[in-house]
Design a protein. Sequence first.
Length: 284
Amino acid sequence: MTGRSTPAQGGVTDDPIRIGTMLYTLVEPHRGREVEYNRWYERDHFYAGCQIGAYNFAGARFVSTAPLKALRLPHAGSGAPDPLVADPQVGSYLGVYYILDGHHDEWNRWAVDQVNVLHAAGRMFDERDHIHTGLYHFEWEQRREADGVPAELTLDHRFAGMVSVFIEPADGVTPDRIGDWYRQDYLPSVLPGSSVATVLAFSPLPLLADAPGDVPRSEQLEPRVLLLWFLDDEPSGSWDRLFAPHDAAVSAAGLGRVKWASPFIGTVPGTDTYTDLLWATPAS
């Protein structure tokens, strides 16, 4: 996939800011510790674990409440739980971070060393589970409007909603072919008039061997495609039209299947907003 961000207009530099890679970390706090977890993450780890590092130029946190989790694909009890997450209903908080193009290795080395230092200093939070933490290479973007919000500003823009979609390619189908279908056929047909402003595509990268042991990893990288859809409205309003039938569209095109799709909304920094809405049944 060769599509990149649209060049900035009227810039003053020949070396514009570009996304190179992305850190995606989906976490579930233990029940009864969600307020403590939220405060620890937003007031310490969000910064100490990522944002203070060189070349980490943007970051944002998202949350999936119980009503949003109920929309996820595959549905709970569908009989086809996604291997990416053993239970499609876990994974309440998502952190997304953008790393400057051309500096992934430097940032990655710093990030692993930094988190190991935080572990040694007792500045981690044990009462949570990593559901999926991965590094991803930025492949392409597509916007509803040509001069819409560019990829690099999607986290700072504070969109009302975001949908994360993992695509598992069918046998013999390359990520490039999937990208071509999205950019040439599917997205031009669904973006106009929709609440989706910008779509970004990513491919997986390996974690370092000495990354913290509480981060789950696979021995082999799966050839998945990760799409982040940024929406002007909360995802529930467009879920039935845009996302519920998405798996059928991918399958009908002969490209594979939606392994997992989840709607998110942004957290409200400095507050405990949404901590009481993470699960359909309250913590005991």
